[in-house]
Write a protein that binds this ligand. Structure first.
Ligand SMILES: C[S@@+](CC[C@H](N)C(=O)[O-])C[C@H]1O[C@@H](n2cnc3c(N)ncnc32)[C@H](O)[C@@H]1O
Length: 258
């Protein structure tokens, strides 16, 4: 294990399943970060949800290689525990000399703050897989909606999506939902699959990378609006959606209601 991965492994949190956190295995995180480090061609990259820590691992890799090839990495997440961990790791390791790394507490059901509209030229998502929602794969649609708002025209998207699991019928339906949405919303598919797959702790699911690009006709349906609450309930298996997870020093953090 290299030094960066060792450091991350020693500080890693416990996944909070209330907000669909199922963490990627460490060796697959390493492969994923190497893949992004070598293939990313953008200045301003956003992560919408990142329990796997790919964002901070990428920032630490830029610092280790003294690379200034990315200007900004912004991480948006509902879970303050993750954001605080990444912020601390960035500070302790002098990341700011190489990349502007910022963490923002954000729940995708809220409006996007105006300062983040059309800001980024690439996004990375690994949303809730939503195998029980209607349609299956709803998490991808909502996450993509917000990424459309936050990125510039022609932005690239790195989407991690499930390709194998015990319920292969559900997985195939999720794939269908994603590709239909991408087509209807005028994304170009640039690479599918990109040559990495990922495994996760506590589940048999396997995911792969899909790289897409916005076009001039790509537009969001919830622009400047909240996403309706009925959708929120369905996304989290009809359990109450927390507004955010408070980093209060407990193992899983405390859910804070809307
Ligand atoms: C949904 S999980 C997907 C599985 C992934 N392997 C992981 O654990 O990160 C991705 C991230 O999205 C965050 N997340 C879940 N619901 C969210 C919401 N409503 N708004 C913003 N982030 C959310 C989780 O905290 C987690 O960090």
């Amino acid at each position: 294990m290299d030094d960066i991965l060792k450091l991350f492994a020693s500080r890693r949190l416990k996944p909070n399943h209330i907000v669909s956190q199922w963490y990627m295995y460490l060796d697959d995180i390493q492969k994923q970060v190497e893949f992004l480090y070598n293939s990313l061609e953008c200045e301003k990259l956003m992560f919408l949800g990142d329990g796997d820590g790919i964002s901070i691992m990428l920032a630490l890799t830029l610092a280790k290689n003294k690379s200034k090839k990315l200007k900004q990495i912004f991480v948006f997440d509902i879970d303050e525990r993750e954001l605080n961990l990444y912020k601390n790791l960035a500070k302790e390791n002098g990341v700011s000399e190489y990349v502007d790394f910022q963490t923002i507490r954000y729940n995708i059901f809220d409006k996007v703050p105006s300062k983040f509209l059309n800001k980024f030229d690439a996004f990375y998502i690994n949303p809730p897989y939503s195998s029980t929602t209607q349609p299956k794969g709803l998490g991808f649609l909502l996450w993509l909606e917000r990424c459309i708002e936050m990125t510039k025209r022609d932005a690239k998207g790195y989407i991690v999506y499930p390709t194998k699991d015990n319920d292969q019928i559900a997985i195939n339906e999720i794939g269908k939902t994603i590709f239909q949405y991408l087509e209807e919303n005028h994304f170009n598919v640039l690479q599918n699959p990109a040559p990495i797959s990922h495994r996760y702790e506590e589940t048999d699911c396997i995911s792969e990378n899909l790289i897409v690009e916005k076009t001039k006709n790509t537009s969001a349906h919830y622009k400047g609006k909240k996403i309706p609450f009925e959708i929120a309930n369905s996304l989290y298996h009809n359990k109450l959606l927390p507004h955010y997870i408070l980093d209060d020093g407990t193992t899983y953090g405390s859910p804070v209601d809307f």
